[in-house]
Design a protein around this ligand. Sequence first.
Ligand code: SAH
Length: 374
Amino acid sequence: MTSLPVLPPTQTAVPGDDADARPRKVHLLNVTDEGLKDWLAERGYPAFRGKQIRRWLFSGRADSFETMSDLPAKLRAELTESFDIFQASEAHVSTSRDGTEKILVRLADGGEVECVLLRDGDRRSICVSSQVGCAMGCVFCASGLDGVDRNLTRGEILEQMLRLQHRLPAEERLSHIVMMGMGEPLANLPGVLAALDVARNPEGLGISPRRITISTVGLPPAIDKLAASGVPYNLAVSLHAPNDELRSQLVPVNQKIGIEPVLAAADRYFASSGRRLTFEYVLLGGVNDSEACAHELTRVLRGRTVMMNVIPYNPVEGLPYRTPNKESISRFRQILEASGVNVMFRQRKGDEIDAACGQLRRNRGSIGEKSPAT
Ligand code: SAH
């Protein structure tokens, strides 16, 4: 059998892993259209079979080749022999009263990531992970407490999207994607961009890039690379502080970068994509929610067309941070609004199912407990 032009896996073997337990089939979601066409051609099948398979995967919500009823039985058997549609499993699913559903996905090598389906009016948004763990080390976030294990492949990112799509009733479609799950998407640009290429392809999930948001801690060279890709995704930059002193404490990668270069890269992204910038600001009680912080933030944002997404902290067990009280949240909001900043206070959805980044994985005890950050 020829080797398939599968997208390069970014993972390495897990030490001590039982090699026999790992899948021997190819993850179909990692196979490019060209690769599938070649595979079909080698077996004498015309290229349109590839289109049919894609339609089954992305519109038909197929989770086995057997259900692909307009394919010849022999082809279905050959596909089953060579490929897996899904290679992960659902270690845990939780549903919140507001309709939010969260899946803890166990990958083929045992790593775990989270993805979430949010229902809001007609919107069906999904929040997807890009890495197992995270190397950015934001002190309040559950995802990075144990560092990063590896990047996810295109197929593993797409599998999260499809697993969430399968949870919708047949008449509903996914409408928005946010890359705000576990990991730093811009530290895995190849995997993320390859998956999003399929997500926005009309023969894939058909979601416009205007409805796709990539959230980043703010890595300037990678922001420039994203701009160079020429696809107008929305960019959300996690700011969390109005000055370098505080930002470097909360977001340690800032020590090597600094707010100004992050803002400049965001400005360049805005100039080249025309997409409105979003800045995210997690409000941590007594840490970055003071009136002084709000005023300083308005000065930092002056002259920029941005949306400020202020997110009250979702407490993480074992970490010494807390959600601010209602008064300080509304005071913070008033100061920003009074200075003309567009502010959106993110509705808290799915709190009771640990919907903040990395919490479900942590609370299920699948990774070791750490002592609280000091
Ligand atoms: N690495 C990317 C994506 C991370 S998750 C980034 O930094 O943007 C998306 C957002 O959720 C980030 O702004 C992150 O700081 C925030 N976040 C993480 N943990 C949180 C928590 N416990 N409560 C509220 N927001 C949180």
